[in-house]
Design a protein around this ligand. Sequence first.
Ligand code: ZN
Ligand code: ZN
Ligand code: ZN
Ligand code: ZN
Length: 289
Amino acid sequence: MITESIDLPLPEKRPRPSNDFYESMICLICSDFFKPPIVQCSKGHSYCQSCVQRMSESQSPCKSCAVCRSPISSEVRNYSLEQLLDKFTIQCNWSSRGCTKQVTLSERFEHEKTCEYRPQVFCYYKELQKCLWRGDPGLIADHLTNCHEVQELTRGSLFRYLWNPPSESIWRYRFRILKQAVSLDSEPFTFILEHYYSSEEKILCFLVRSPNPDVRKKYRLSILNRNNDNNRITFESFTVSYEEVGHIKDFLKEDLSKMLLIPFKQIQNFCFLCEEDRALYFSLHIHFI
Ligand SMILES: [Zn+2]
Ligand SMILES: [Zn+2]
Ligand SMILES: [Zn+2]
Ligand SMILES: [Zn+2]
């Protein structure tokens, strides 16, 4: 049995001093320390600006306070709270991995992004081609193109997945690199599309990975009928980071909401036979919105 495996870090709980002051520095949306800039609702409840932006992407268009339901403006900053973040220090998030650095609440994000103890990812070809590469999530796409000649798919490209129906004993795990600009005039971002077929449940799982945890985008995935471009099924979801979801085939129950799950029944009629290699495929299109 051929398997491709990737060991990904699971989300880790930040070591947190337990006292009232630190508790008051917690954002109610992300349950983590405030990440500046901090914004507030019209009654004064505070949140990370990034959390409010995320929330408005998923529950558009309303941005209302989780405590009092008042509107939150992403422009009304809480400067005094932001200044307090400079005054208090905590351990780096990766202290359990060996980092001994104490960082202020405001500088910790910058440190943790480049901390030498932050989790690393293994190459997607670790098992299949015995590749020993491991490194920063931000470098994995370059490694895959340079060392394994994995093709990059650019904006608007249509691509196909080998289907050839997976037997009961073989699960199928595939991935593609997407280098796509989110809008016509923006710089391209790198994402990794991962696909896994669970033969037990007969479900296709898709996720689009963003190696940079600060980049979170909404995308539309369409499965197309090759004979008729207008006949397609479309799904929408958000990109996830390596920190949020580990290996797609070992996902946890709580990860399911972050993936696109498509029962095979739903796309069965979209598979087509390729004359060249007599294999079954289906066509996909990804569009960032
Ligand atoms: Zn937050
Ligand atoms: Zn409020
Ligand atoms: Zn550190
Ligand atoms: Zn490799």
